[in-house]
Design a protein around this ligand. Structure first.
Ligand SMILES: Cc1cc2nc3c(=O)[nH]c(=O)nc-3n(C[C@H](O)[C@H](O)[C@H](O)COP(=O)(O)O)c2cc1C
Length: 158
């Protein structure tokens, strides 16, 4: 099974989750590529697509929120998951799953993964799973055990 993980990260936490997700999928025998959304990856030959981003202002990062992150010491790419999804071609026939990082798990935290799910569905892509992983503050680090949880979650997806 060919898996593509498309991600975006300002402080590195979502990238670390993406790497743990990749490890989980590889442990289950999948062939996995992790790539930043800004590199504009194509979906040719992909069976399972995973898309992950940090939660900004209850949804996906955009130009303004990336600038805000940069004022706190982040080095975000100029574009990310939202822009990549806007240009997603229709007709992807594989399955998809989404993930994000959040500072809290309550209703008011919002979820980038939920926003990604909505946009994928608009493109006709079936989203089979969604998961959030907690960071202890805006800059991180991830809460204890979250990387292990990401790896286990991904192994289950394969
Ligand atoms: C501008 C901005 C807005 C944010 N808004 C939210 C939010 O609405 N909900 C939340 O749980 N975390 C929010 N956060 C915290 C991010 O989720 C956190 O920085 C991110 O998960 C870290 O991941 P990264 O290292 O991959 O950037 C925000 C962070 C920034 C910089």
């Amino acid at each position: 099974m060919k898996v593509l993980i498309v991600t975006e990260s300002c402080f590195g936490n979502t990238s670390r989750v993406a790497d743990a997700v990749a490890a989980g999928l590889r442990s289950a025998g999948a062939e996995v590529t992790v790539v930043e959304a800004a590199a504009e990856p194509a979906l040719d030959g992909v069976d399972l697509l995973l898309v992950g981003a940090p939660t900004h202002n209850m949804g996906l990062p955009g130009p303004a929120s990336r600038r805000q992150a940069a004022t706190k010491g982040a080095s975000p790419a100029s574009t990310g998951v939202a822009e990549w999804l806007d240009r997603l071609p229709t007709g992807f026939g594989g399955r998809a799953a989404t993930f994000d990082t959040v500072t809290g798990t309550g209703f008011f935290s919002g979820s980038a993964a939920k926003a990604i799910q909505k946009r994928l569905r608009r493109h006709g892509v079936a989203v089979v799973a969604r998961q959030s992983f907690v960071v202890t503050s805006t800059e991180g680090p991830l809460a204890d055990g979250e990387l292990d949880r990401a790896e286990l979650w991904a192994a289950g997806l394969a």
